[in-house]
Design a protein around this ligand. Structure first.
Ligand code: DC
Length: 232
């Protein structure tokens, strides 16, 4: 076999590239990940949705927070389908329901359980396919895709994030108190950051971007610029 044949087989066997975008709640990861994926025509993985779906499935099945096996099984057996922004759980649409604060708070609690994280690992990795994947979450760059060629740690001040969350809720006609959001957000940050498994930390090779004063478009442009520098 010639060297160029070997090189081309090695190239085709290389895993699809991943842009990992990790960061705290309401840092704008979801919007930016989708925009980057659209620009590159790549797949997108909203890993937080999988934790939210597990929380919702567990609540519907009346599985309590202390039933570790039941929660891991709920994660492993999720019957879920993603399609153009729509999400189905057990055949019913849930993309609005999983965004509720109560679902997010339960997701944050059960995400601290190693058995639940383990149960969702292969499912997350299965999203990786050509031409590439933009994955957003807390541990995309550290645990799920440690070989991602570009890792972004997206941060924003708590007040800026609380204002964004309040606006998202009021756009949906849900009244929200800024102080309550800020308090919930700080609690969730503390839980996500201080848990013993897969805590929210920047990977050693991640680039930290502070989006407090940036629009989603500006953040998207910054990430696309970093990616084009890597490709070049
Ligand atoms: O990104 P989000 O707010 O939709 O995530 C909901 C919760 O899921 C979050 O509080 C922590 C958890 N999560 C996680 O532990 N690891 C991920 N990769 C994504 C989310």
């Amino acid at each position: 076999m010639s060297n160029s044949q070997t090189a081309s087989i090695a190239a085709s066997a290389a895993p699809a590239p991943v842009i990992a975008i990790d960061g705290p709640t309401a840092s704008g990861k979801g919007t930016v990940a989708q925009a980057v994926a659209n620009a590159l025509r790549w797949q997108v993985l909203d890993s937080g949705a999988l934790y939210r779906l597990t929380a919702l499935a567990a609540t519907r099945a009346a599985i309590g927070d202390d039933d570790l096996n039941g929660l891991a099984q709920a994660a492993r057996n999720l019957d879920v389908r993603f399609e153009n922004g729509a999400i189905w759980l057990d055949g019913g649409r849930v993309e609005e329901t999983i965004r509720q604060e109560a679902v997010g708070n339960r997701a944050s609690r059960i995400a601290a359980l190693p058995a639940v994280r383990e149960a969702l690992l292969d499912r997350q990795r299965a999203f990786r396919c050509a031409p590439g994947l933009v994955a957003d979450g807390r541990d995309m760059g550290t645990i799920v895709f440690p070989d991602a060629p570009l890792k972004i740690f997206l941060v924003a001040g708590a007040e800026a994030r609380a204002r964004r969350r309040a606006k998202q809720l009021s756009d949906k006609g849900i009244s929200a108190n800024l102080e309550d959001i800020l308090r919930d957000m700080r609690e969730r940050d503390a839980r996500d950051t201080h848990r013993s498994v897969a805590p929210l930390v920047a990977a050693q090779d991640a680039i930290t971007l502070d989006s407090s004063d940036w629009t989603a478009e500006e953040t998207t442009r910054a990430i696309l610029q970093l990616w084009s520098e890597i490709v070049a």
